[in-house]
Ligand binder design. Structure first.
Ligand code: ZN
Ligand code: ZN
Length: 380
C-alpha cells in the first residue's frame, strides 16, 4: 500500500508552518485518539497515520528530508533518518495536553462564536507500589487558567458590561464584498463574539480568566495501577468569558518495586532459600506489603517452586477482589566454602552413591534419558 502524503494526512498544503502543523495534529489526534474511538480499527489506522505524519513534520531535520525526498527520505526501513516504528499510544496525551496548556480549543462553525469551554489538563503522578496499593492523598500543583473573580469571568471592568459590537451588531459575522460575491466572515472587531469589552478588567485583561498555579488535594483510591486515570471534573482550565471549566486528569504511574512485581491484582516475589532447607524443609519468613509472614517449606522442595498466599496481593480498585502473593523459592548454591565444608559435601556426595547415581536427583533421570534419546534420534 502506498503511503499518503504527510501534509495531506494532516489536511495541510506543502510548506505549512510549524504552528499550523501542530494545530492540525492536535485537532486530529483528539478526534482519532483510541480513547475516543473505542476500538474502531479504521479510525485507529487514521490515528497512526496522523501520528506518523506529525512525527516527521514536527522534526525540522526529518521534515527537510521529507520535503526533498518524500517518503524515501524518512522511511525507517531505508536507513538514513531514524523514524518511529510501531509505538504505543501512551505518550500522545502528553503531547496534546502539554500543548493545550494556555491554548484554547478550535472554534465552531458559523454564526456567533460561543465562549469556549476550558481545556482539559493532565497531571502525571508517580506512586510507589505501596502508595498505589493502599491509596494516598497528595497535594499537586498545576499551572492553569483560573476563573477571574474580579469580573466574574465576563472580562469587563467592575461596574461595566460588555457592549454589543458595532461592526456586526452582535451577529459575530460580517458580509464582505469580493467582486460580485458577498462572503460571510468572522467579524474582525469582536473576533466573532458579538460583544466588545471597552473597559477591560485589570486582573484578567478582558479574558475572564488568568494564569495561576493551582494547588489541589487529590485522593488516590487504593488499588490503582499504571495507566489508570482519575478525572477531577471541572478542575481543568477555566473557560473563556465564564464558560465551563475543563477537567483535570491525573495519570497514574507506579514505580518499580525492589521486591515485588505486580501483575493485575497478584504480586510476585522471589525468595532465596538454602539447599539444606530445601532438602530438609522448614519455615521461612517472606515479605508481604503488610509485613512479614511465615511460609512452610516442605521437605524436598525444588528450586522454582511457587507458593501462593491467598489474599496477600492487591485489592482491586474496580471489583474489590483481592489478589494473591505468589512466592517463588530459589534454591541457592552455597559459596565461600572452606576446606572442611567442601570435604563434608564430598562425603555427602559419596553417601548418595557418587555423581553417577540418580537416586537422590529427581530431575536427572528424566533429563538424561531425554538427552540419550536426542542423540539416538540424530544418529539413526
Ligand atoms: Zn477579570
Ligand atoms: Zn463584531
Amino acid at each position: 500500500m502506498s503511503k499518503r502524503d504527510f501534509y495531506e494526512v494532516l489536511g495541510l498544503s506543502k510548506g505549512a508552518s510549524e504552528r499550523d502543523i501542530k494545530k492540525a495534529y492536535k485537532r486530529l489526534a483528539m478526534k482519532y485518539h483510541p480513547d475516543r474511538t473505542k476500538g474502531d480499527k479504521t479510525l485507529e489506522e487514521r490515528f497512526k497515520e496522523v501520528k506518523e505524519a506529525y512525527e516527521v513534520l514536527s522534526d525540522p531535520q526529518k521534515k527537510e528530508a521529507y520535503d526533498h525526498y518524500g517518503h524515501a527520505g524518512v522511511d525507517p526501513n531505508r536507513g538514513g533518518f531514524g523514524g518511529g516504528g510501531a509505538q504505543d499510544f501512551g505518550d500522545i496525551f502528553g503531547d496534546v495536553f502539554g500543548d493545550i496548556f494556555g491554548g484554547g480549543r478550535a472554534g465552531g462553525g458559523g454564526g456567533r462564536r460561543q465562549p469556549q469551554r476550558g481545556s482539559d489538563l493532565r497531571y502525571n503522578m508517580e506512586l510507589t507500589l505501596e502508595q498505589a496499593v493502599k491509596g494516598v492523598k497528595r497535594e499537586i500543583k498545576v499551572p492553569t487558567l483560573v476563573h477571574c473573580e474580579q469580573c466574574n469571568g465576563t472580562g469587563a471592568k467592575k461596574g461595566s458590561k460588555p457592549k454589543t459590537c458595532g461592526t456586526c451588531h452582535g451577529q459575530g459575522q460580517v458580509q464582505m464584498r469580493q467582486g460580485f460575491f458577498a462572503v460571510q466572515q468572522t467579524c474582525p472587531t469582536c473576533k466573532g463574539r458579538g460583544t466588545i469589552i471597552s473597559d477591560p478588567c485589570h486582573k484578567c485583561h478582558g479574558e475572564g480568566r488568568y494564569e495561576r498555579s493551582k494547588t489541589l488535594s487529590v485522593s488516590i483510591p487504593a488499588g490503582v495501577d499504571t495507566g489508570d486515570r482519575i478525572r477531577l471534573s471541572g478542575e481543568g482550565e477555566a473557560g473563556e468569558h465564564g464558560a465551563p471549566a475543563g477537567d483535570l486528569y491525573v495519570q497514574v504511574h507506579v514505580k518499580e518495586h525492589p521486591i515485588f512485581q505486580r501483575d493485575g491484582n497478584n504480586l510476585y516475589c522471589e525468595v532465596p532459600i538454602s539447599f539444606t532447607l530445601a532438602a530438609l524443609g522448614g519455615e521461612i519468613e517472606v515479605p508481604t506489603l503488610d509485613g512479614r509472614v511465615n511460609l512452610k517449606v516442605p521437605t524436598e522442595t525444588q528450586t522454582g517452586r511457587m507458593f501462593r498466599m491467598r489474599g496477600k496481593g492487591v485489592k482491586s480498585v474496580r471489583s474489590g477482589a483481592t489478589g494473591d502473593l505468589i512466592c517463588k523459592v530459589i534454591v541457592e548454591t552455597p559459596v565461600n566454602l572452606n576446606e572442611t565444608q567442601k570435604q563434608l559435601l564430598r562425603e555427602f556426595e559419596e553417601s548418595c552413591g557418587g555423581s553417577a547415581s540418580k537416586k537422590h536427583k529427581p530431575k536427572a533421570e528424566g533429563f538424561f534419558d531425554g538427552v540419550k534419546k536426542f542423540f539416538d534420534d540424530l544418529t539413526s
